[in-house]
Design a protein around this ligand. Structure first.
Ligand code: F6P
Length: 345
């Protein structure tokens, strides 16, 4: 143990949309901190736990007991929230004041791009170390191959659509399934391809300007499939893509092409559940790496993983652009689609 490490006091919060594996990350940080005899304070309800001026938000000194048996639990023991006040100078200054009042040397935030933007604002008013851990089902943070929660969300989506496929097959029905991801198609492409969806519609392969043409194309392809193969047809679509979402697309296919579709919005089911092993392992590695980064005096970074190796990415870089969906995945879907259209499978 170094003398510098001995006196550090760190804080953790979870912020934004919760993601399966956040608890595993909290556990990992607390275990690693214990190893270095460092105190860990948990703030509840994301940044709201910091911006509360009268200090009435509860905090918890996280012990080994607090983090035992949580590696497999979804959600977050520290609760989560979005925090409008972190967009105002007054809120940010209050957050800095709270951290100073609690003698915090380093803050670890487990969250997505909104949370990391909050950290960048905080850096203007607080001198402590700021370490981000990417925790979001959306997988949209630039610089890390995967974010904590993504693998579980994909798994949940696949399990759900496999079940939908059974009933869709039985009725030879067309289903439109809407998946989360905010403005990124990582979940949509991964789930869609792994489920063998006949269509994957996302930001990477569709623009709303081409809505009418896409509607016609969908109608033609669905009719062709229905004539040639008596089976189900599943369209997987990213949320926030089609104006009015899956329900509206179903309505338009009915009105404009007399095609009956059943729309299904998977929604928050994708955020819940026990993290799959990949998320538990990623969260554990990242928690340990965050603790190491604190000991090494780092700040303004996101813990990332690239090609299975942990690395550090500047927070500003992580939020500059949304990470693109792997082009090979997008191309693969295009090629599969071409085969489906020709009924070659
Ligand atoms: O960022 C995670 C996420 O689940 C997105 O996929 C989704 O768009 C958003 O959060 C939903 O947020 P809320 O639960 O606040 O409606």
């Amino acid at each position: 143990m170094t003398s510098r490490a001995k006196h550090k006091r760190i804080a953790i919060l979870t912020s934004g949309g919760d993601a399966p594996g956040m608890n595993a990350a909290i556990r990992s940080i607390v275990l690693a901190a214990h190893h270095y005899h460092i105190d860990v304070i948990g703030f509840y309800h994301g940044f709201n736990g910091l911006v509360c001026a009268d200090n009435t938000q509860p905090t918890i000194k996280l012990t080994l007991d607090d983090v035992s048996n949580i590696i497999h639990r979804g959600g977050t023991i520290l609760k989560s929230a979005r925090c409008q006040q972190m967009y105002s100078e007054q809120g940010i200054k209050q957050a800095a004041k709270t951290l100073t009042a609690h003698n915090i040397d380093a803050l670890v935030v487990i969250g997505g791009d909104g949370s990391f933007n909050g950290m960048l604002s905080l850096a203007q008013h607080w001198q402590g170390q700021l370490i981000g851990i990417p925790g979001t089902i959306d997988n949209d943070l630039d610089g890390t191959d995967f974010t904590i929660g993504f693998a579980t969300a994909v798994n949940t989506g696949i399990e759900a659509i496999d079940k939908i496929r059974d009933t869709a097959d039985a009725f030879e029905r067309v289903f439109i399934v809407e998946l989360m991801g905010r403005h990124s198609g990582h979940i949509t492409f991964n789930v869609g391809i792994a489920c063998g969806a006949e269509q994957v519609l996302s930001f990477e392969n569709f623009s709303v300007d081409d809505k009418q043409a896409k509607l016609q194309q969908l109608a033609d392809e669905i009719k062709c499939a229905q004539e040639n193969r008596h089976s189900s047809y599943i369209i997987v679509i990213a949320e926030n893509l089609w104006p009015g979402g899956a329900m509206e697309l179903a309505k338009e296919l009915k009105q404009q092409a007399a095609i009956e579709c059943t729309a299904c919005v998977l929604g928050h089911i994708q955020r819940g559940g026990s993290p799959v092993p990949k998320d538990r392992l990623l969260a554990t590695k990242m928690g340990v790496a965050a603790m190491q980064a604190i000991i090494d005096g780092e700040t303004g970074i996101m813990i990332a993983e690239q090609h299975s190796a942990i690395c550090h990415i500047a927070l500003a870089q992580a939020v500059k652009h949304h990470k693109m969906v792997n082009k090979q995945l997008v191309d693969a879907q295009e090629n599969i689609l071409a085969l489906t259209a020709q009924n070659q499978y």
